[in-house]
Design a protein around this ligand. Structure first.
Ligand code: SAM
Ligand code: CA
Length: 258
């Protein structure tokens, strides 16, 4: 390519990048990812995620897809991200708040060593039972201690127990968004220094930037203020370092500093 052609190419590319986003793109609140197109997201899934997804996890994803509340499940790319993260930090003792059918639970259970543990909480055992056969098939059921019931009273009990303070390497929070800040107040004592708390859905279907008159679903509108309040509080909390990762519906990683 002649140098003038190169210059023209560079100019064309730059011009393209500087163009304002097309109005037709990403107008829809609730887009599954923050990527330029659905095709790009599909490319990630098909190239890097699905070929590496263990069979029982795939089965669990397919069973969940038929469930009426399937909107709640963790996406496969986020599951892969969480599994890798746990391996990177050598997590052994973890917690999950909000299990549903268990996609994130199984993704993380597979990433833990054989003697690793997950304390998993959900008010609904029925949905967990739906995924349990796949968890058993994956050979990781022994790592999971499932507790049926609201998470907050259980966290209150744990905070009182000195042995449990600073004992978790990782916590995944994916339940009632209006309680995230209440969870944070307790989890900061339960996660060890250097450990990680991951808050899921911190972009809340993109609604954190929706104009006040946007036609949001009732539950999206209701939880939006809580998510926005959490995001502000996490950003202002000196006890943690944070990064808001644009995977799934946004997951904010918080490393306990002290
Ligand atoms: N992490 C799950 C996955 O990968 O499929 C998705 C969890 S789903 C978004 C939220 C879950 O939180 C639901 O299963 C719901 O029953 C549970 N939940 C709601 N309120 C709760 C509470 N107060 N304590 C514990 N679990 C709760
Ligand atoms: Ca979630």
């Amino acid at each position: 390519m002649a140098s003038t052609d190169v210059a023209a190419e560079v100019k064309a590319q730059t011009t393209q990048v500087e163009e304002p986003a097309k109005v037709t793109r990403h107008q829809e609140v609730g887009h599954k990812s923050l990527l330029q197109s659905d095709a790009l997201y599909q490319y990630i899934l098909e190239t890097s995620v699905y070929p590496r997804e263990p069979e029982p996890l795939k089965e669990l994803r397919e069973v969940t897809a038929k469930h009426p509340w399937n909107l709640m499940t963790t996406s496969a790319d986020e599951g892969q991200f969480l599994g890798l993260l746990l391996k990177l930090i050598n997590a052994k003792n973890t917690m999950e708040i909000g299990v549903y059918t268990g996609y994130s639970l199984l993704s993380t259970a597979l990433a833990l060593p054989d003697d690793g543990k997950i304390l998993a909480m959900d008010i609904n055992r029925e949905n967990y039972d739906l995924g349990l056969p796949m968890i058993e098939k994956a050979g990781v059921a022994h790592k999971i201690d499932f507790r049926e019931g609201p998470a907050l009273p259980l966290l209150d009990e744990m905070v009182k127990n000195e042995e449990m303070q600073g004992s978790f390497d990782f916590v995944f929070v994916d339940a009632d968004k209006d309680n995230y800040l209440n969870y944070h107040r307790r989890l900061i004592d339960l996660v060890k220094v250097g450990g990680v708390i991951a808050y899921d859905n911190t972009l809340w279907n993109g609604s954190v930037v929706a104009p006040p008159d946007a036609p949001l679903r009732k539950y999206v509108r209701y939880y939006r203020d809580f998510v926005m309040e959490l995001n502000k509080a996490l950003a202002a909390d000196p006890r943690i370092e944070i990064s808001q990762i644009p995977v799934g519906d946004g997951v904010t990683l918080c490393r306990r500093n002290y």
